[in-house]
Design a protein around this ligand. Structure first.
Ligand SMILES: Nc1ncnc2c1ncn2[C@@H]1O[C@H](COP(=O)(O)OP(=O)(O)OP(=O)(O)O)[C@@H](O)[C@H]1O
Ligand SMILES: [Mg+2]
Length: 292
């Protein structure tokens, strides 16, 4: 096909030899199938910031560490230069996440670099070598649903151990290759330790997966992996190979009953004192009762 303008610099640099076809355009980016030497890869071209939607919201960026201090100072100032740097940081987030997750053993497309706003990565394929379908496009047997769900949960655990939460995990951002689910689309990845919405985002991600796989295997609908893994993560007990149960008992017992009884007794005593003082002030000594 004709070379799209945004891919021309990569063709000129010899990183891309041929542009084969454009995949369905997403909300945030266009994805092309390209040939690099004798390998077929995907090239993800991010849309301009103003064309992008919710994912750039501050909610997602909170807690991200900017390694470049000149850039973080510029970003704080909100000048045009600062905005440009902010944009660059946003674009880098996906490629950073892919490298981090690939080395943490999460099944994501292998990254092959990020140049001029274009992310080059492994193309995920089905058994015939065609572009892999998305999870929302496949029909699963109950057994497959259970196996895939377990794989996705294991990957979400590994991501969390690597300090990241996907933030937009759904059947539209998981591909299916011959060995199972592959998580994609990570520019909004959330910092697990530094973001106040981290737990809520994790629950949403995991529940999206539960509801999706639960259509094929209803027994999965009662699982509580999100809460279980977050509780372990918070106490430092989550490990990449942690075996979860899918059950979570909300901690409802009162931590210290004696302490609570003391507080109640104190409150009763205080109230009795107050009533007594009110009675004293009622005698006709002409004094104005003072509030306590
Ligand atoms: N590595 C890959 N291998 C095969 N197909 C891919 C790959 N990356 C992306 N795709 C295809 O391109 C589509 C868009 O990619 P992606 O989800 O990363 O972009 P997006 O524009 O951010 O999406 P969204 O619409 O979810 O915002 C995916 O749904 C998938 O079908
Ligand atoms: Mg997507």
């Amino acid at each position: 096909m004709k070379i799209p303008k945004r891919l021309q610099p990569l063709v000129d640099d010899g990183m891309i030899d041929e542009v084969l076809v454009q995949l369905m355009s997403g909300k945030e980016a266009q994805v092309y199938v390209v040939r690099c030497g004798d390998e077929v890869r995907c090239a993800k071209v991010f849309k301009e910031a103003k064309q992008r939607s919710f994912k750039q919201a501050v909610q997602y960026q909170e807690g991200r560490k900017e390694r470049n201090s000149r850039r973080s100072r510029a970003m704080a100032k909100k000048t045009r230069y600062g905005q440009k740097e902010q944009e660059q940081a946003w674009l880098n987030a996906e490629v950073d996440a892919l490298y981090r997750l690939a080395s943490a053993g999460v099944r994501v497309p292998e990254p092959h670099g990020f140049v001029d706003g274009v992310l080059l990565m492994e193309m995920i394929t089905d058994a015939e070598g065609n572009v892999a379908p998305r999870l929302d496009e496949v029909t699963l047997t109950p057994e497959q649903a259970e196996t895939y769900y377990a794989k996705v949960i294991q990957d979400v655990v590994r991501m969390l151990c690597a300090g990241l939460i996907h933030g937009d995990l759904s059947e539209f951002n998981v591909l299916v290759d011959s060995s199972g689910p592959v998580i994609i689309d990570l520019p909004q990845a959330v910092d697990a330790a530094g973001n106040n919405s981290a737990a809520a985002m994790l629950y949403r991600d995991v529940n999206n997966m539960r509801n999706y796989f639960g259509q094929f295997a209803p027994a999965l609908l009662t699982t509580e992996y999100g809460k279980e893994m977050w509780a372990l993560y918070e106490t430092g007990e989550l490990h990449p190979d942690s075996k979860l149960t899918g059950h979570f008992d909300a901690d409802t017992h009162i931590a210290n009953v004696d302490e609570l009884m003391e507080v109640i007794d104190d409150a009763k005593e205080e109230e009795a004192d107050r009533q007594a003082r009110m009675r004293d002030d009622d005698d006709d000594d002409g004094e104005i009762p003072q509030p306590y």
